[in-house]
Structure formats: C-alpha cells, structure tokens
Design a protein around this ligand. Structure first.
Ligand code: CA2
Length: 149
C-alpha cells in the first residue's frame, strides 16, 4: 500500500458552511473531505484528512506526515499569517507540501497577503473554494508520479 497524502486544516475551518458563506462558500469541511477523497481516488491515492484549532497539534501532524506521508496539503487557516512553528515543522519535512486557501487571500486584508509557510511549499493555490484542494491533489499526484518515473 502506498503512503497517503495528509490534508491538514487549521483553526476555524470546522465552521465551514456555517458562517461567512460569502467568503468561504456553502461547502462544509465534510464536503471538502468528500471531494478530496473522490479526486484522490482517481489517482489511486489514499487521504488522511484532519482539522485542528491547535497550533501544536498541527505541528505534531506535520511531523507525523514527514514520517508517514507521500505528500502534504495544508490550509493552515490564520496560522498561515502568524506561525513560525508551522513553518519550521514544514521545513523539517522532506515530503512535498502544497499550501491551499479557499479564498483569494490577495483580494482581502493586507495581513493575509503574507504567508509564513509558502517558502516551505512547492506551490500555493488560493481563491478557488473547494476546488483549491482538488487542484492541489491533482498537482501533487502529477508530481509524485513524475518522481516515481
Ligand atoms: O481562505 C482560506 O482558506 C483561509 O486559509 C481561511 C482562514 C483565513 O484566516 C485565511 O486568511 C484564509 C480562516 C478560516 C476560517 O474559516 C471559517 C469558515 C467559516 C466561518 C468562519 C471561519
């Protein structure tokens, strides 16, 4: 069995679909999980999908992904713009990571324009709602495929 892709979600993303639909859409985090699983199945990839409101737990999961995963997709939520701890955890892993955001952070407040974690990621996808996650699965699948051949 090949290694899974970890899909990690940061603070408040458990509220998806319940508040601020004008910013984040109507899909719930469960909808995101289902769409990610469906897209990953097309590439015969397994997904480990998690959400936490706690910075340290996300750090633990990134370290776990470093040991167990083929790749990592992360929406670090607000920690994107604040967390050196998450950056350091990503820098300490060898697995390719893609940063995703539902919203186009560059159309929003200036403090959302800077990401601490982008420098540790192979790419960043933002602004496409749930599709941002699906595009990340696709990009990671192609990258893993290319690395194998
Ligand atoms: O656009 C994204 O995916 C973000 O990572 C979402 C974060 C935000 O801090 C980033 O700047 C951009 C916020 C996630 C909070 O999600 C909520 C969902 C529904 C209701 C309230 C918050």
């Amino acid at each position: 069995m090949s290694k899974p892709i970890y899909v990690l979600n940061g603070p408040n993303l458990n509220l998806l679909g319940q508040r601020e639909p004008e910013v984040y859409g109507h899909a719930t985090l469960e909808d995101v999980r289902n769409r990610v699983n469906t897209r990953a199945a097309q590439y015969e990839l397994a997904i480990e999908f998690r959400q936490s409101n706690t910075e340290g737990e996300l750090v633990d999961w990134i370290q776990e992904a470093g040991a167990n995963a083929a790749g990592l997709i992360i929406n670090a939520g607000a920690y994107t713009h604040t967390s050196v701890a998450i950056l350091d955890a990503l820098l300490a892993t060898d697995v390719p990571c893609i940063e995703v955001h539902l919203s186009n952070v560059f159309q929003r407040e200036e403090f959302r324009h800077h990401s601490y974690i982008s420098v540790a990621c192979v790419g960043v996808i933002c602004g496409f709602g749930v599709k941002s996650y699906e595009l990340a699965v696709e990009a990671l699948a192609e990258r893993l495929d290319a690395a194998e051949s």
